[in-house]
Write a protein that binds this ligand. Structure first.
Ligand code: FAD
Ligand code: SF4
Length: 510
């Protein structure tokens, strides 16, 4: 039943139980897994890439935000933490998060790596050592700053506000080719401009001979002593999640790239594998994001323009990064205050609106990922540290300043206990002066980290600097779960750079 090299299989192709043989099996086709699959296939390895989600084409994309989330994301996009309740989205599709993300590509600053090296006994994870890996990924994906002609007014108003206040800002570098500024990154790029993994790294892996199996869920890592032997799992029907045929992949090397939530669950379901340190599923971190909507006197037409085209790294050492943002109106509307007529009036203002957000580097706020008795959906707990709330408090005030400097006539801060609408910077001072509690702010956390963290000391971390599990000879992890701490900037590119480095190390052992 082994298909020819360079094959891709979808749900309809499975006709019974099957077994595959490989040099390397990679679980998860998100940005990190896709890099490993391509690099190792190009190095001559027989690679099998497993992905639980199906492939999506432009005909499959739904512009309605809720429908799109239900189709492309785990738990319909409604997954949330307990303790401090925060929604968190994980895609389930060929290409993982890259299918629905905004394509923002940022290198983590030197200071992040300095903190990692010092706090986690890492000797080779400096910015200088990762730069060649960043370069390789950037070149392959054609990462470049967003050109002015696709920024749209929503993004340029942000720049205008920053300029007026002397806050540095810049056009966001993204993995796109020929972006038309349709603002649809969240529901899937219909013009195929976004270089999501299903259009970039995965086809390159297939060209180099990788076999890609979609709609298959890895359920257990097989192992004997200190060696992984492969994985077993079941075929999963797209959309319904019904499981059917069983499969097994025997492999010399196993790479888990199933993401921060799924990789620790897989290890826990495999007899608490690779967990001598007790750190599997611990240290869960996010970049909780807060956002403000501003209403301008003239029409902004925020639906036009690159989804996230402008950013400011001005406050990065204070712990927050500012960005412009757009999402389907139905997704934005859940944050609007009011009901009935009042809500209707606010929705009518959307053409005059812009939404800008701040992501916060919350490394004091920790949570955990635990396998449930049934299935692979995790139980997530999280606590937002009051010191980290102060960062968001400050970020909300800075966003308010930028909005009024850009000419907004009012802002909707979306903060509990604050006015629904604020009409001047003077009135907005309440955002600066009143300390917020964790429950006052509406946050979302789509950047996730640390549940299988890298640490030089095997007693304190799950993987070493090569991404190899301390406890096993041939089990690697390549997803953003290996970050020892959150980065403070968007994580995809750093995850891919680390995966690129891991691929090189694995290739040495083939
Ligand atoms: C809406 C949104 C917007 C974002 N925007 C940006 C952005 O602009 N820039 C940025 O840097 N970051 C962004 N992020 C975060 C970024 O997408 C993630 O950090 C990145 O996708 C992580 O890559 P990964 O390979 O670690 O995991 P993932 O992308 O999560 O990929 C893991 C893959 O493994 C599969 N999988 C899981 N379990 C199994 C299993 N048991 N068997 C088989 N397959 C399995 C999943 O279906 C998934 O496809 C965004 C995230 C979201 C949700
Ligand atoms: S803004 Fe539109 S065209 Fe540009 S990458 Fe996103 S979805 Fe594609």
């Amino acid at each position: 039943m082994t298909p020819p090299a360079g094959d891709v299989r979808v749900f309809a192709d499975y006709q019974g139980d099957f077994t595959e043989e490989a040099d390397v099996v990679v679980v998860g086709s998100g940005p990190c897994g896709a890099v490993v699959a391509k690099e190792l296939a190009c190095a001559g390895a027989r690679v099998v890439l497993l992905e639980e989600g199906p492939p999506f084409t432009p005909d499959d994309f739904e512009l309605d935000g809720a429908l799109s989330m239900a189709r492309t994301m785990r738990e319909g996009g409604l997954r949330a933490t307990r303790g401090y309740v925060m929604p968190t989205m994980q895609a389930m599709a060929l290409g993982g998060g890259s299918l629905v993300n905004s394509a923002i590509c940022v290198r983590a600053p030197e200071s992040v790596f300095a903190r990692w090296s010092e706090g986690f006994a890492l000797e080779h994870t400096t910015r200088a050592e990762l730069d060649p890996h960043y370069d390789a990924v950037s070149e392959f994906l054609g990462i470049a700053p967003t050109p002015e002609n696709v920024q749209g007014r929503r993004n340029l108003l942000f720049k205008q506000g920053c300029d007026a206040l002397g806050i540095s800002s810049e056009s966001i570098a993204r993995n796109v080719r020929g972006c038309r500024g349709s603002g649809e990154c969240f529901t899937g790029c219909r013009s195929r401009a976004k270089q999501s993994m299903d259009l970039s790294y995965i086809p390159a892996a297939i060209r180099a001979g990788a076999r890609v199996l979609t709609s298959v869920q890895a359920q257990e890592v097989l192992h004997e002593g200190d060696r992984a032997k492969g994985v077993v799992g079941q075929v999963v029907e797209p959309l319904t999640g019904r499981t059917s045929y069983r499969f097994r992949v025997n492999a010399k090397i196993v790479v888990l790239a199933a993401g921060v939530m799924a990789t620790p669950v897989l290890l826990q379901k495999s007899g608490n594998l690779a967990n001598r340190s007790g750190q599997v599923g611990e240290n869960l971190q996010f970049h909780p994001g807060v956002a403000i909507m501003g209403i301008f006197p003239e029409r902004v037409e925020p639906q036009f323009g690159a989804t996230q085209g402008y950013q400011s790294l001005h406050y990065i050492e204070e712990g927050f990064k500012l960005e412009t943002l757009w999402a389907p109106p139905g997704v934005l509307a859940v944050r609007l205050p009011g009901f009935g007529r009042e809500l209707k009036d606010r929705l009518a203002e959307l053409p005059y609106s812009a939404v800008w957000d701040a992501i916060a580097s919350c490394h004091r706020s920790l949570g955990s990922v635990r396998a449930r008795r049934r299935g692979l959906d995790p139980l997530l707990t999280y606590r937002l540290d009051p010191e980290d709330v102060k960062i968001m408090n400050r970020a909300l005030w800075v966003l308010a300043e930028i909005f009024f400097a850009a000419g907004a006539k009012k802002i909707l801060p979306g903060v509990h206990g604050m006015p629904d609408e604020i009409f001047s910077l003077k009135e907005a001072e309440v955002l600066r002066d009143r300390p917020l509690k964790p429950t006052d702010i509406v946050t979302a956390g789509n950047h996730v980290f640390c549940t299988t963290r890298m640490h030089g000391d095997p007693d304190r971390g799950v993987v070493d600097e090569d991404g190899k599990c301390h406890d096993l000879e041939n089990l690697y992890i390549a997803d953003t779960g290996i970050f020892p701490q959150c980065t403070g900037v968007n994580p995809m590119l750093t995850g891919m750079a680390l995966a690129h480095r891991t691929s090189g190390r694995i290739a040495e052992h083939l």
